[in-house]
Design a binder for this molecule. Structure first.
Ligand code: SF4
Ligand code: SF4
Length: 479
């Protein structure tokens, strides 16, 4: 078989197109203002959050939001999560995921355009460039300019300010993992642990690389969300869209000219110049569109200038667009099966979590049956089983406790190193800790119904009267 040789002469010299640096134009407008407000709020949460105090009593950390890795505890204002309660973190992650799905189904990539840290920090890094160099035109020529003293100086200032912002970003992260007022000076005096510096470098360095160099490339090529977002949308989802039926045929225009017989798009490309990913939204909804709505502000400015109705680019649904194109009234449908299901799932998980947190016990027990031997027969003929009995005391005060067993006639409990009075072993558990006991249960042979007889350990708080019942198994010979 003759192989078909590729015609090398016809191949383009370079099959890879170099990434072009995007320098969006500064835009004023409703959505730009909303983005600034969101940025300030998020920055405040990130940087002020670790310094907010919350009184939990003596001996307890007073940081409102704290993930205490050494103490193996997470604190969120009045809520305290123990390692055994990791399901609350799972619940939070589920709610976050479902909220993202709901947000996408209702209003497209609202998260990407307004709330995602990548977007927020990229905006901030671009603001630095704008302050140091100037707006879009100046930044483009600055990039093309040969290196001279002025370019070196401005680049140095930009990199220095980026580094400061990245350091603040890393600090914001680390300070949620230790007492902020103690950890902050420790970081600068070199007294913080290696783990803190490692995360400072990872988070701060990540911020520098992603918002400084990666920018829209992160959204387009790295972030998985842009890949599956289309599965979250339907024809009723609000997305940033161009009204082609009104805008076309496009063409350059003079001020005060008539738009009779032509489209309203004056082909000024202001929407492209404002876009942080360099997109032309007039080509339809695309993967690279992060839904930041800056092209709406840019286009509205043009519409105002030419005395045309605003909204040639707007937040709209495909269904509404089609209706308007036919001159019909567009109806919004935020309540659809998928949005209602997402909202119901969020409400259900949140409800279960609130219920669990409100009515959760502050004392939990875990029991482990001794494996070898499973049981021993005493000289009296009775059988004895051994258990490791753990009491999780989730309050800060010591608890005085009494332990006994029931469910098998004549069963008795003995705790190694503790006294037994009137059939109850007296034990205690320090505040805010896990107390471990070695417990023996003894039962008469004729009361054992099978080789594994269930019974109940009863733990009683002698001060509050709280009772915790836990089922266990008493092992004996086959019957
Ligand atoms: S096309 Fe518009 S909404 Fe999409 S990323 Fe660009 S400016 Fe933002
Ligand atoms: S900003 Fe508006 S008028 Fe200008 S090119 Fe974009 S869509 Fe057309």
């Amino acid at each position: 078989m003759n192989a078909v040789e590729p015609d090398v002469a016809k191949q383009p010299e370079n099959l890879y197109e170099e990434t072009k640096r995007i320098h969006p134009r500064t835009i004023r407008g409703t959505f730009r203002s909303i983005k600034w407000v969101v940025m300030v709020v998020l920055m405040a949460v990130w940087h002020v959050g670790p310094f907010i105090r919350w009184d939990r009593g003596a001996g307890a950390p007073d940081q409102a939001i704290l993930i205490d890795m050494t103490g193996r505890r997470a604190y969120f204002f009045g809520i305290e999560i123990w390692p055994q309660e990791v399901y609350y973190i799972t619940g939070l992650l589920l709610i976050a995921g479902l909220a993202l799905f709901l947000m996408s189904a209702v209003a497209g990539r609202l998260w990407c355009g307004f709330l995602c840290f990548q977007t927020v920090y990229t905006d901030l890094f671009m603001l630095v460039e704008r302050v140091v160099v100037g707006d879009r035109g100046k930044r483009i020529s600055f990039d093309r300019r040969k290196w001279d003293l002025d370019k070196v100086a401005r680049k140095t200032v930009i990199l220095f300010l980026w580094a400061l912002i990245s350091l603040a970003c890393g600090l914001g992260f680390c300070l949620f993992f230790g007492d902020a007022f103690t950890l902050l000076p420790q970081i600068f005096t070199g007294d913080a642990g290696a783990g803190v510096y490692t995360f400072l470098i990872i988070v701060g360095g990540g911020c520098f690389m992603m918002a400084g160099w990666g920018r829209e490339q992160v959204c387009i090529y790295v972030c998985p969300y842009s890949r599956f977002q289309s599965a979250m949308f339907d024809e009723h989802s609000m997305i940033v869209a161009y009204e082609a039926w009104r805008g076309e045929p496009r063409g350059a225009a003079r001020k005060n000219q008539s738009f009779e017989g032509r489209g309203h798009c004056i082909d000024c490309k202001a929407c492209i110049a404002a876009c942080p990913t360099g997109l032309d939204i007039r080509m339809g909804n695309q993967l690279a569109c992060i839904g930041c709505a800056l092209c709406i502000d840019a286009c509205d400015q043009m519409m105002d200038r030419y005395k045309l109705p605003r909204g040639l680019i707007s937040y709209d649904s495909i269904i509404a667009q089609e209706a308007r194109a036919e001159g019909k009234v567009a109806k919004m449908r935020p309540f659809r099966s998928r949005t209602v299901i997402y909202a119901a799932m969020i409400a259900f998980i949140a409800g279960v979590m609130v219920y669990g947190l409100t009515f959760r016990s502050t004392m939990e027990v875990s029991i482990l049956h001794e494996r070898s031997p499973l049981y021993v027969q005493l000289g009296s003929g009775d059988f004895r089983n051994g258990y490791t009995y753990k009491v999780l005391n989730m309050v800060r005060q010591e608890r005085r406790l009494a332990l006994h067993a029931e469910g098998i006639q004549g069963i008795a409990v003995d705790v190694v190193g503790e006294t037994v009075t009137e059939g109850k072993a007296k034990i205690s558990a320090d505040g805010d800790s896990v107390a471990t006991f070695r417990v023996y249960a003894t039962a008469p042979e004729n009361e054992l119904k099978s080789h594994a007889t269930p019974f109940t350990f009863v733990l009683e708080d002698l001060d509050s009267g709280t009772i915790v019942r836990s089922t266990a198994t008493f092992m004996g010979p086959d019957k």
